[in-house]
Design a protein. Sequence first.
Length: 449
Amino acid sequence: MRIHVACLLAVGLLACSTSRTQAPDAPAPATEGPLPFIADDYGRALEEAKARGLPLFVDTWAPWCHTCLSMKEYVFTDKALARHAGRFVWLELNTDLPQAAGFQEKYPMDFWPTFFIIDPREEKALVRFSGSATVAQLEKLFEDGERAWRGGAQGAEARLARGDALYGEGKPAEAAEAFAQALAEAPADWSRRGRTLESLLAAQYGAKQHEACARKLLEESPRVPRSASLANATTWGLGCALALPPESPARRELLRSAEARAQEVLAPPAIEMPPDDRSGLYEVVVEARKALQDEAGMKATAAEWLGFLEAEAAQAPNPEARTVFDSHRMLAALTLGEPQRAVPAIEQSERDLPNDYNPPARLSSLYRTLGRLDDALAASDRALRKVQGARRLRVLSERASIQMDQGRKDAAVATLQEALAYAQALPKAQVSPRQREALEKRLAELKAK
């Protein structure tokens, strides 16, 4: 598992990618692949799980989430998963759609993608797992979910199951304690050590135990073999160090140590993991070097990162898979001070995927950075014709910035008022109070100018 820090740090960009944007209120087609996913119908999936006496596996995703799309294009399509089709009832849920609001109210989530394994008898989350996973990691997740479903685990396995249940209930601090106990009790060669460390650091991040999270990475990672789990845990741990406030006495030391650990993980021999995961590790290294005021190191890593992304995109089997890399290509190019380098790829994505709002939304930001304000506004128009859910607020906010750059304060005020009205109309589970407050603050500041 790994959650990409683009979705955590955000940096004001559309941080993730998709190819499956639908018209409002329309369910997405089920993923084509070896697992029989039901699309965007929790009620139907729940009843089927009850009728078949099986736990329910839920993939919650969003059209803006490049990690979600990476899972869809590079992992859930793997034929090796076909042998697991009968273990669960499978549901994929696009959280941009209004019909997902009920599920989100029942099972709040902070990171995308998040996978749930649910006991349909009580609608209780047995496992809640945030981020990406390889096939092998998914298979461990399946085993852990079934073990929790059956009950009877002992020792470290029982601690892990308890941590999963607590995290599923939205209790990250208590979950972190259970995961830490599992690591403490487990034998050195425990096969769940990497998976448990990932879950522990995710829970600590969610509980805002950022210093403990970064220190736990440094303490436990030497005990985890070189693997996708190690890479994912390193991303979490370095992300925790980055989340420490600048005035924290431990921040600089933890950033240096965790960044050095990340460099070891990126170094040869290459760990087998999805390219999207490797890209996320590059991202936190770039952010760490920026925080450490190492501009030369930041630029060098960004150049290496962008070269990696361009090579991976060139090998992508289809346009959907290629757009997995768009948001990070944009971020790496901006870090290098070369935004134009990302423009042709994202323009190609818009041509290839005309129903996807992400390419024009990203282009509006890139064009604005390049001073092409009329092109930026036109791209914003194209994105707004397609975008829905909370992501529409981001597109409207960027549009207001374009209008301000054009010297059109009244138009920018009207756009932010439109965004606030839209935010008020969204289900509460699909837009956070922090998003509304940020829009209100920005509108007030703009009116005061």
